[in-house]
Design a binder for this molecule. Structure first.
Ligand code: AMP
Ligand code: ZN
Length: 472
């Protein structure tokens, strides 16, 4: 497939380092608050990318970190510690906050049909690796100690700023304008690898290190986790566009200085979801979450549909009016699928040209709206119902709109009583799911979720406990 590579600002054919295998890294959420639907736009589009690569036949190894330490509010080593601020706001410990919002994030992902990456790594679980990487950077002369902290020395690199054709001087001005100066930094663009002299008196999380008791800077976590889990050559690195600078620039600086060779070949950045006030952001407050949408009566998958209707490289403006349009389109789509007869066998030869069109659409820089057009075209075509159903299921491996499941439920008569035996079976599965979640046994919880989905059970986690009903 072709993707717009932010590193080169060109559309390029994706050719992995090892044939047939895509190693993909995703910057995970900073877990001091609920993810907003802007964050989730990025994760939905990354999920489509992963699923499309699998659909094309690649093996995809995907890793995501969870940022539970080190992320300050300015992204540039100044301002408040986000996790600490979250803990204070809720009168809890940082680890309690981290656990709660990590679980909340994956619950939202589940509702949006976002697959949980194979490997999910909280930053606080890898402190020894970060220390080892910082130590190597010091030994190689890419880092220095000042005022008790360890900094990356960006002057040692020939090419520091790699995204968006900006030169070093322009960048220094940008940094000076937005960030209070840290007198320890030799250059404005230098960044913290390890803090020992915390300006936060009440910093909760601290670890012993060769430079004293302290905690890691934000950027080091993604370099260290990625290199350890996915090796020295990364194929695709994902994130929202705000991560491109300084976070991803600094990841490249650290990783390449550490490895001594180019590191990640393709950078996939999703443009922002904006609302009337501009970029949606957790720190601004008043954010929209999946729960907000559910409370207003929207199916979370209508939001997924809304995201798929536009291209990931374009900013997307959220309004309830446009969400309503997407929700209506989604409902009509389900009705059309529900109207297809379930009789007969698909004609795979007749399906092939549509599969090719779908591959071409998504393969052209992940053009999801064109992919939806192919879906509408096939529904309009003179293919048999069985072939149409087959293609809907096939495309939905990538789109993940639960089209066949929702259609099946829509076709069932409403209001049917749940037989006692089925209800008992569901209750048992729900109890097992609760147990698996308590033990953080995600594969088991996922397997049970699939069993419940096969029984057409809609599960809702409410503050009063779990509620369920059968899909209608
Ligand atoms: P954070 O939890 O702030 O670390 O962000 C998690 C992910 O969401 C990162 O990949 C961000 O780049 C991305 N992100 C943040 N705000 C937005 C937005 N308004 N629209 C799309 N993606 C966003
Ligand atoms: Zn990252």
């Amino acid at each position: 497939m072709e993707l717009t590579n932010t590193l080169t600002m060109k559309r390029e054919q994706v050719i992995p380092h090892e044939p047939g295998v895509i190693r993909m890294y995703t910057c995970g959420p900073t877990v001091y608050h609920y993810a907003h639907i802007g964050n989730l736009r990025s994760y939905i589009m990354e999920d489509v990318l992963e699923k499309f690569l699998r659909y094309e036949g690649f093996r995809v190894d995907r890793v995501m970190n969870i940022t539970d330490v080190g992320h300050l509010s300015s992204d540039a080593d100044t301002g408040e510690d986000k996790m600490l601020a979250g803990a204070k706001r809720e009168h809890k410990s940082v680890m309690e906050i981290a656990r709660f919002y990590t679980d909340a994030f994956f619950a939202d992902c589940e509702k949006l049909n976002i697959r949980r990456p194979d490997t999910v790594v909280p930053a606080t679980s890898r402190i020894a690796d970060f220390i080892q990487m910082v130590q190597t950077l010091l030994e190689k002369g890419y880092a220095y100690q000042a005022g008790g902290n360890v900094y990356f020395d960006t002057a040692k690199l020939n090419n520091y700023y790699v995204f968006g054709n900006q030169n070093r001087e322009d960048l220094a001005v940008g940094v000076r304008d937005t960030v209070d100066a840290d007198a320890n930094k030799r250059s404005k663009t230098d960044f913290v690898l390890w803090f020992t002299k915390s300006k936060f008196e009440d910093q909760e999380l601290k670890w012993e290190s060769p430079w004293g008791l302290g905690y890691p800077g934000w950027h080091i976590e993604c370099s260290a986790i990625s290199v350890k889990e996915l090796g020295e050559y990364l194929d695709i690195h994902c994130g929202g566009i705000d991560n491109a600078f300084p976070h991803h620039t600094n990841e490249i600086a650290q990783s390449e200085a550490y490895l001594g060779h180019p590191w990640c070949k393709y950078w996939f950045h999703v443009l922002h979801l904006n609302d009337a006030r501009g970029k949606m952001s957790k720190s601004k407050g008043g954010i929209l979450t999946v729960s907000t949408l559910e409370e207003k009566g929207y199916d979370p998958l209508a939001y997924r549909m809304f995201c798929l209707q536009s291209h990931y490289r374009k900013p997307l403006t959220f309004s309830y009016e446009s969400l309503d349009n997407a929700a209506n389109a989604y409902k009509r789509l389900i009705e059309r699928v529900a109207a297809l007869s379930e009789e007969g066998e698909p004609d795979l030869a007749a399906a092939q040209p549509f599969k090719e069109k779908f591959l071409a659409a998504l393969g052209a820089d992940l053009n999801t709206s064109l992919g939806l057009t192919v879906l509408y075209d096939l529904l309009k075509s003179d293919l048999t119902d069985a072939t149409k159903r087959y293609l809907v299921g096939d495309f939905d491996q990538v789109l993940s709109l639960s089209l066949l499941e929702k259609a099946k439920a829509a076709a069932k008569p409403a209001g049917a009583e749940v037989p006692a035996e089925l209800a008992a079976q569901i209750e048992t599965l729900l109890a097992q799911r609760a147990e698996a979640r308590k033990n953080r046994d995600w594969p088991a919880a996922d397997a049970i979720r699939d069993q419940l989905a096969a029984l057409h059970v809609v599960v809702k986690d409410t503050p009063q406990g779990v509620e369920w009903h059968l899909e209608r």
